[in-house]
Design a protein around this ligand. Structure first.
Ligand code: AQP
Length: 357
């Protein structure tokens, strides 16, 4: 991967090493127990972008601190995320896998972007409202400003594309607004070229939002109190089969049309998981199971999940057994990320007119 100097242009007389090449950035929080939603909604798409984009995939450990933080587990959870990236097929020789806390420029840029973003923009973020719950006053300030750190993560590398699950759509909109405001306020070039590319979300149509196996109206999540609500990437075959068997259903046979699924969230979720795993359009999965019982769908789904997830989990376990090797991969990735990030920060500090060091 090159650093960010592949294209040169100038803004207000300041030469900018802004790379407007196709570059993908995304992150996963090391909060423990990566699940099927993280894999289908995000990680498997990270893998698919490797031939068309320069990719940076980040263990976003600073984000993980916004909720209850356990200093005794975060390092192991960070290695778990790195292992999942590699086990899924990310090539760390060609692309960059690293931990956010190893690149201090993320936090530096976040502060500057906090001074660009408006309070009104942040107060509309629905994930803060969901995660803070009723007692907002006691939520961390970090949880509130989290989307700005996410914008910094993306913009630090002049990223053009961000593969994420559907739940991150609103945060991506905010990152786009921040990039536009920074460009307008400080950095619109004579050529009209922007300093920060306005990043495009890449949200898949299939399994963009995997729902809980216990409640089809709730997102599958690491923090759900019920372990039965999610398939964890390191679950063994028996555990996967048991969770699918117990997954919530409704009393009817499966429908023959998508409209009927609108009021049947569990049927919708299981069919959309089938479509994602069988690499079919949703309409094909519906047609295949029309008029059948949930038992037939669950048996098929269970087999597909075991085929897809168990080898991934085995490889993750193998990688996690060698912590030193994972740490070395993260250290190499961080050095490469810091080089790109610092080049951006040199330009950002100059654009903001800060006194030279
Ligand atoms: N249920 C999901 N369906 C599809 N995509 C999902 N993602 C998360 N849950 C689903 C996507 O996975 C990527 C990494 O997410 P994250 O771990 O950084 O944060 P999150 O979205 O807050 O994930 P969780 O599991 O819900 O964690 P907790 O419970 O700790 O808050 C993102 O691209 C996300 O869209």
């Amino acid at each position: 991967m090159s650093d960010s100097s592949s294209q040169q242009f100038s803004i207000k007389g300041v030469p900018i090493k802004g790379a407007h090449i196709k570059r993908a950035f995304s992150g996963v929080q090391p909060t423990g127990g990566l699940h099927l939603g993280n894999y289908l909604g995000a990680i498997q798409h990270f893998v698919a972008l490797q031939d068309s984009h320069e990719c940076l995939y980040c263990v976003v450990d600073l984000h993980a601190m916004t909720a209850a933080h356990d200093p005794t587990t975060i390092a192991a959870h960070s290695r778990e995320v790195a292992a999942a990236f590699i086990a899924a097929g990310i090539d760390t020789n060609k692309h960059i896998v690293f931990a956010q806390s190893h690149v201090p420029q993320h936090a530096e840029l976040a502060w500057m972007l906090e001074c660009v973003a408006r309070v009104g923009w942040l107060s509309r973020m629905t994930q803060f409202k969901e995660k803070a719950g009723k007692d907002r006053e006691r939520a961390s300030v970090g949880l509130y400003v989290y989307p700005i750190l996410m914008a910094a993560d993306i913009l630090l590398y002049h990223s053009t594309h961000v593969p994420v699950g559907d739940d991150q759509k609103q945060h991506l909109e905010l990152a786009r607004a921040i990039a536009q405001k920074f460009n307008n306020d400080y950095a619109t070039g004579a050529t009209g070229e922007d300093f920060f590319p306005v990043p495009e979300p890449l949200i898949q149509s299939r399994a963009a939002r995997v729902m809980s196996l216990r409640d089809g109206t709730k997102k599958m999540s690491k923090s759900d109190a019920s372990a039965a609500s999610r398939i964890v990437l390191t679950d063994d075959a028996d555990t996967i089969a048991r969770k699918i068997k117990k997954a919530k259903t409704d009393p009817d046979f499966l429908p023959d049309n998508a409209q009927a699924l609108e009021t049947r969230p569990e049927a919708h979720n299981l069919l959309s998981l089938h479509a994602a795993l069988a690499d079919m359009a949703m309409a094909q999965s519906i047609e295949h199971f029309a008029g059948q019982s949930f038992a037939a769908l669950k048996a098929d789904l269970s087999d597909r999940l075991i085929d897809r997830i168990c080898p991934l989990g085995d490889e993750m376990r193998r990688l996690m057994a060698d912590a030193a090797a994972l740490d070395a991969i993260l250290a190499t990735g961080a050095a490469r990320a810091r080089a790109i990030g610092e080049a951006t920060m040199v330009d950002v500090r100059r654009l903001l007119g800060l006194i030279g060091a």
